[in-house]
Design a protein around this ligand. Structure first.
Ligand SMILES: O=C(CO)[C@H](O)[C@H](O)COP(=O)(O)O
Length: 228
Protein backbone atom coordinates (compact mmCIF):
# COMPACT_ATOMS: atom_id res chain seq x y z
CA UNK A 1 0.00 0.00 0.00
CA UNK A 2 1.48 3.36 -0.98
CA UNK A 3 1.83 6.05 1.63
CA UNK A 4 -0.10 9.29 1.34
CA UNK A 5 2.74 11.65 2.23
CA UNK A 6 0.54 14.73 2.12
CA UNK A 7 -1.82 13.18 4.65
CA UNK A 8 1.13 12.11 6.79
CA UNK A 9 2.51 15.66 7.04
CA UNK A 10 -0.93 17.24 7.40
CA UNK A 11 -2.07 15.00 10.25
CA UNK A 12 1.20 15.57 12.14
CA UNK A 13 0.64 19.33 11.88
CA UNK A 14 -2.86 19.05 13.30
CA UNK A 15 -1.31 17.61 16.50
CA UNK A 16 -0.10 21.18 17.19
CA UNK A 17 -3.66 22.49 17.37
CA UNK A 18 -4.88 23.02 20.92
CA UNK A 19 -8.22 23.84 22.52
CA UNK A 20 -9.18 27.50 22.21
CA UNK A 21 -6.88 28.24 19.29
CA UNK A 22 -7.75 30.45 16.34
CA UNK A 23 -6.52 28.51 13.34
CA UNK A 24 -5.79 29.57 9.76
CA UNK A 25 -6.83 26.98 7.20
CA UNK A 26 -4.63 26.74 4.15
CA UNK A 27 -5.59 25.81 0.61
CA UNK A 28 -4.66 22.93 -1.67
CA UNK A 29 -4.45 19.18 -1.75
CA UNK A 30 -2.17 18.96 1.32
CA UNK A 31 -4.16 21.47 3.37
CA UNK A 32 -7.23 19.40 2.47
CA UNK A 33 -5.92 16.59 4.70
CA UNK A 34 -5.22 18.96 7.57
CA UNK A 35 -8.74 20.39 7.39
CA UNK A 36 -10.16 16.87 7.26
CA UNK A 37 -8.24 15.85 10.38
CA UNK A 38 -9.23 19.07 12.14
CA UNK A 39 -12.86 18.30 11.35
CA UNK A 40 -12.42 14.89 12.94
CA UNK A 41 -10.91 16.45 16.08
CA UNK A 42 -13.69 19.06 16.24
CA UNK A 43 -16.29 16.29 16.09
CA UNK A 44 -14.48 14.69 19.04
CA UNK A 45 -14.77 17.91 21.09
CA UNK A 46 -11.82 20.13 20.11
CA UNK A 47 -12.86 23.78 20.50
CA UNK A 48 -11.35 26.07 17.87
CA UNK A 49 -12.36 28.86 15.57
CA UNK A 50 -10.94 29.01 12.08
CA UNK A 51 -10.33 31.41 9.22
CA UNK A 52 -10.21 29.96 5.71
CA UNK A 53 -7.82 31.15 3.00
CA UNK A 54 -10.09 30.27 0.07
CA UNK A 55 -13.67 29.53 -0.80
CA UNK A 56 -12.74 25.88 -1.31
CA UNK A 57 -11.26 25.52 2.19
CA UNK A 58 -14.18 27.45 3.67
CA UNK A 59 -16.62 25.07 2.05
CA UNK A 60 -14.72 21.99 3.24
CA UNK A 61 -14.49 23.35 6.79
CA UNK A 62 -18.19 24.22 6.85
CA UNK A 63 -19.14 20.72 5.71
CA UNK A 64 -17.01 19.26 8.50
CA UNK A 65 -18.56 21.49 11.17
CA UNK A 66 -15.40 23.50 11.89
CA UNK A 67 -16.54 26.85 13.36
CA UNK A 68 -15.52 29.63 10.96
CA UNK A 69 -15.13 33.34 11.58
CA UNK A 70 -14.40 36.17 9.18
CA UNK A 71 -10.85 37.49 9.29
CA UNK A 72 -12.17 40.89 10.37
CA UNK A 73 -13.81 39.41 13.46
CA UNK A 74 -10.53 38.47 15.14
CA UNK A 75 -7.33 40.32 15.99
CA UNK A 76 -4.88 37.58 15.13
CA UNK A 77 -4.51 33.83 14.76
CA UNK A 78 -2.54 31.34 16.83
CA UNK A 79 -1.59 28.89 14.13
CA UNK A 80 -1.90 28.55 10.38
CA UNK A 81 -1.36 25.24 8.62
CA UNK A 82 -0.81 25.47 4.89
CA UNK A 83 0.90 23.74 2.00
CA UNK A 84 3.58 25.08 -0.33
CA UNK A 85 4.70 24.53 -3.90
CA UNK A 86 8.39 24.74 -2.99
CA UNK A 87 10.36 25.28 0.19
CA UNK A 88 14.04 25.52 0.99
CA UNK A 89 15.99 24.78 4.17
CA UNK A 90 15.59 28.43 5.33
CA UNK A 91 11.82 28.05 5.06
CA UNK A 92 11.55 30.39 2.11
CA UNK A 93 8.47 29.32 0.19
CA UNK A 94 6.81 29.55 -3.17
CA UNK A 95 3.05 29.43 -2.76
CA UNK A 96 0.05 30.18 -4.91
CA UNK A 97 -0.16 27.13 -7.15
CA UNK A 98 -3.77 26.94 -6.02
CA UNK A 99 -4.27 30.65 -6.61
CA UNK A 100 -4.91 31.58 -2.97
CA UNK A 101 -1.58 33.27 -2.22
CA UNK A 102 -2.97 36.67 -1.18
CA UNK A 103 -5.36 35.40 1.47
CA UNK A 104 -2.80 32.79 2.51
CA UNK A 105 -0.17 35.47 3.07
CA UNK A 106 -2.54 37.74 5.00
CA UNK A 107 -3.66 34.88 7.24
CA UNK A 108 -0.16 33.42 7.77
CA UNK A 109 1.37 36.85 8.44
CA UNK A 110 -1.21 37.45 11.15
CA UNK A 111 -0.58 34.12 12.84
CA UNK A 112 1.75 33.58 15.75
CA UNK A 113 2.99 30.50 13.96
CA UNK A 114 2.74 29.13 10.43
CA UNK A 115 3.36 25.43 9.89
CA UNK A 116 4.03 24.39 6.31
CA UNK A 117 3.03 20.90 5.29
CA UNK A 118 4.54 19.27 2.26
CA UNK A 119 5.73 16.09 0.64
CA UNK A 120 9.45 15.63 0.20
CA UNK A 121 9.28 16.48 -3.52
CA UNK A 122 8.59 20.10 -2.60
CA UNK A 123 11.90 20.60 -0.76
CA UNK A 124 14.50 22.25 -3.01
CA UNK A 125 17.96 23.72 -2.56
CA UNK A 126 17.10 26.78 -4.70
CA UNK A 127 13.59 28.08 -5.27
CA UNK A 128 12.35 28.74 -8.77
CA UNK A 129 11.71 25.54 -10.69
CA UNK A 130 8.06 26.02 -9.81
CA UNK A 131 6.82 29.11 -11.66
CA UNK A 132 6.29 31.92 -9.14
CA UNK A 133 2.61 32.93 -9.00
CA UNK A 134 2.08 36.70 -8.96
CA UNK A 135 -1.42 38.08 -8.38
CA UNK A 136 -2.05 41.14 -10.55
CA UNK A 137 -5.02 43.43 -11.10
CA UNK A 138 -6.81 42.98 -14.44
CA UNK A 139 -6.36 46.67 -15.33
CA UNK A 140 -3.28 47.10 -17.57
CA UNK A 141 -2.30 43.47 -17.03
CA UNK A 142 -0.30 43.50 -20.28
CA UNK A 143 1.97 46.22 -18.89
CA UNK A 144 2.34 44.51 -15.52
CA UNK A 145 3.26 41.24 -17.21
CA UNK A 146 5.83 43.07 -19.36
CA UNK A 147 7.36 44.58 -16.20
CA UNK A 148 7.59 41.13 -14.65
CA UNK A 149 9.33 39.79 -17.76
CA UNK A 150 12.03 42.47 -17.32
CA UNK A 151 13.06 40.66 -14.12
CA UNK A 152 14.34 37.76 -16.19
CA UNK A 153 11.39 35.40 -16.03
CA UNK A 154 8.87 34.09 -18.50
CA UNK A 155 5.47 35.14 -17.20
CA UNK A 156 2.37 33.35 -18.37
CA UNK A 157 -1.14 34.42 -17.49
CA UNK A 158 -2.92 31.53 -15.79
CA UNK A 159 -5.95 30.15 -17.60
CA UNK A 160 -8.92 28.16 -16.48
CA UNK A 161 -10.06 26.40 -19.64
CA UNK A 162 -10.86 29.02 -22.25
CA UNK A 163 -11.03 31.82 -19.69
CA UNK A 164 -8.33 33.69 -17.82
CA UNK A 165 -8.14 32.35 -14.26
CA UNK A 166 -9.54 34.68 -11.59
CA UNK A 167 -8.55 34.49 -7.95
CA UNK A 168 -11.12 34.63 -5.15
CA UNK A 169 -10.30 38.36 -5.15
CA UNK A 170 -11.18 38.79 -8.84
CA UNK A 171 -7.56 39.23 -9.97
CA UNK A 172 -5.33 37.44 -12.50
CA UNK A 173 -2.31 35.27 -11.78
CA UNK A 174 0.90 35.57 -13.80
CA UNK A 175 2.98 32.41 -13.34
CA UNK A 176 6.60 33.55 -13.66
CA UNK A 177 9.17 30.96 -14.68
CA UNK A 178 12.56 31.94 -13.23
CA UNK A 179 14.20 28.46 -13.05
CA UNK A 180 16.45 29.62 -10.16
CA UNK A 181 15.75 32.36 -7.62
CA UNK A 182 19.07 33.10 -5.94
CA UNK A 183 18.05 36.12 -3.82
CA UNK A 184 14.42 35.59 -2.90
CA UNK A 185 14.07 38.50 -0.39
CA UNK A 186 15.37 41.01 -2.96
CA UNK A 187 13.16 39.62 -5.71
CA UNK A 188 10.15 39.74 -3.36
CA UNK A 189 10.64 43.48 -2.77
CA UNK A 190 11.23 44.21 -6.45
CA UNK A 191 8.05 42.42 -7.53
CA UNK A 192 6.00 44.03 -4.77
CA UNK A 193 7.06 47.47 -6.05
CA UNK A 194 5.58 46.98 -9.53
CA UNK A 195 2.28 48.88 -9.79
CA UNK A 196 -0.41 46.40 -10.73
CA UNK A 197 1.04 43.65 -8.55
CA UNK A 198 -1.25 42.78 -5.67
CA UNK A 199 1.07 40.20 -4.10
CA UNK A 200 3.35 37.33 -5.01
CA UNK A 201 3.89 33.79 -3.85
CA UNK A 202 7.27 34.31 -2.18
CA UNK A 203 6.80 33.79 1.55
CA UNK A 204 9.97 34.96 3.27
CA UNK A 205 10.38 34.89 7.05
CA UNK A 206 6.76 33.85 7.57
CA UNK A 207 6.87 30.09 8.20
CA UNK A 208 8.08 28.90 11.59
CA UNK A 209 8.21 25.21 10.83
CA UNK A 210 7.80 22.76 7.97
CA UNK A 211 6.56 19.23 8.36
CA UNK A 212 7.70 17.15 5.43
CA UNK A 213 6.18 13.75 4.73
CA UNK A 214 8.47 11.16 3.16
CA UNK A 215 7.75 8.13 1.05
CA UNK A 216 9.46 5.83 3.57
CA UNK A 217 6.77 6.86 6.09
CA UNK A 218 9.02 9.17 8.10
CA UNK A 219 8.56 12.86 8.81
CA UNK A 220 11.19 15.58 8.65
CA UNK A 221 10.76 18.73 10.70
CA UNK A 222 12.49 21.88 9.49
CA UNK A 223 12.45 24.77 11.93
CA UNK A 224 13.13 28.42 11.17
CA UNK A 225 16.35 29.78 12.65
CA UNK A 226 15.71 32.43 15.30
CA UNK A 227 16.09 35.99 13.96
CA UNK A 228 19.04 38.00 15.33
O1 LIG B 1 -0.25 27.87 -2.20
C1 LIG B 1 -1.13 27.07 -2.33
C2 LIG B 1 -2.46 27.44 -2.85
O2 LIG B 1 -2.50 28.76 -3.26
C3 LIG B 1 -0.92 25.65 -1.97
O3 LIG B 1 -0.57 25.58 -0.64
C4 LIG B 1 0.18 25.10 -2.80
O4 LIG B 1 -0.18 25.29 -4.17
C5 LIG B 1 0.41 23.63 -2.54
O5 LIG B 1 -0.71 22.91 -2.96
P1 LIG B 1 -0.79 21.34 -2.86
O6 LIG B 1 -0.80 21.01 -1.42
O7 LIG B 1 -2.05 21.00 -3.58
O8 LIG B 1 0.42 20.78 -3.57
Amino acid sequence: MSINVKQLAAEKAVEYVEDGMKVGLGTGSTAYWAIRKLGERVSEGLKITAVATSRASEEQARELGIPLVAFGDIDSLDLTIDGADELDSSLQLIKGGGGALLREKIVASNSTRMIVIADEGKVVSTLGKFPLPVEIVPFAWEWTVAELAKLGCQPELRRSGEELYRTDNGNYIADCRFEAIEAAPKLALTIQNIPGVVDHGLFIGIAAMAIVGKLDGSIEIIEAQPKN
